[in-house]
Design a protein around this ligand. Structure first.
Ligand code: ZN
Ligand code: ZN
Length: 257
């Protein structure tokens, strides 16, 4: 699997002076959309346990709905993060580009951390194709509208402006880059396809999903792509970014397993 999400909780153990660290849950998936969907579900689950949402708790009398805590409003922060489409889109682009995502939300006596990252298996063998091409915004917008019927301005602000081929060096046929995740059809994604010197065309393709990589990694290319599968490809640019991110203060939790 190629994207990993985790939820951590850390807080003092009463009367001991120690801090306990718990992993509340982990999830692996081939899609950045599904990785964030799981993380949002976990954020709402924690928020509802800490503070049942008055809007969804008809049995609470009005007096019980007054805020009594003076500390940071952790449940509200978690709900806001989980339900903000714009922040979700930014987060998706971030983990797709290979940067780990950390959302840290302190509660009165416990700190919750939501984490998502792309998982790069060790021992990769082949260089990725280096072809790139500009992605004209209007062409991509038409392809998105044709697929999902609508597009919000905020979404498009984070659409890629340049495609980088994700196939193996020296592959046959057109170059290909995954440019858009469908909300309505997570089994497929939108790909830019192009020949050198041409403007890209767009095609909705099912995921490859072949899961024969190290640690059963699933391929994140489209079905019937030229070989090899994604787990056997090596992108020096992304790996350098990930290393930089970790040395700049990341926790290192998302290094290859
Ligand atoms: Zn290529
Ligand atoms: Zn594949």
């Amino acid at each position: 699997m190629n994207y990993r999400s985790e939820v951590h909780a850390e807080g003092p153990v009463y009367g001991t002076g120690h801090t306990a660290h718990h992993i509340l849950g982990t999830h692996h998936t081939i899609s950045p959309v599904l990785a964030l969907r799981w993380l949002s579900g976990q954020a709402l689950h924690i928020a509802n346990r800490l503070d049942p949402d008055p809007a969804h708790s008809p049995w609470l009398p009005p007096a019980a709905r007054q805020a009594t805590a003076t500390g940071p409003d952790c449940p509200t922060e978690l709900r806001t993060w989980a339900e903000d489409r714009h922040r979700q889109r930014v987060a998706r682009e971030r983990i797709k580009a290979g940067h780990p995502l950390f959302v840290v939300v302190p509660d009165a006596d416990c700190t919750y951390t939501l984490l998502a990252c792309r998982h790069l298996p060790p021992g990769q063998t082949m260089h990725q194709c280096e072809a790139t091409t500009p992605v004209p915004p209007l062409g991509l917008l038409f392809a998105i509208l044709a697929g999902q019927g609508r597009a919000l301005g905020n979404d498009l602000a984070h659409a890629p402006t340049r495609a980088h081929c994700e196939l193996g060096h020296g592959h046959d046929g057109e170059h290909a880059d995954h440019v858009w995740d469908w909300d309505h059809q997570p089994t497929h994604a939108l790909w830019a396809r192009w020949n050198n010197g041409d403007t890209p065309r767009y095609e909705s393709l099912p995921w490859c999903e072949t899961a024969d990589g190290p640690q059963n990694d699933a391929c994140t290319l489209y079905r019937d792509h030229p070989h090899p599968h994604a787990w056997a490809l090596h992108d020096p640019g992304t790996e350098a970014l990930l290393r930089k991110d970790h040395t700049a203060g990341g926790t290192g939790e998302c290094q290859g397993e």
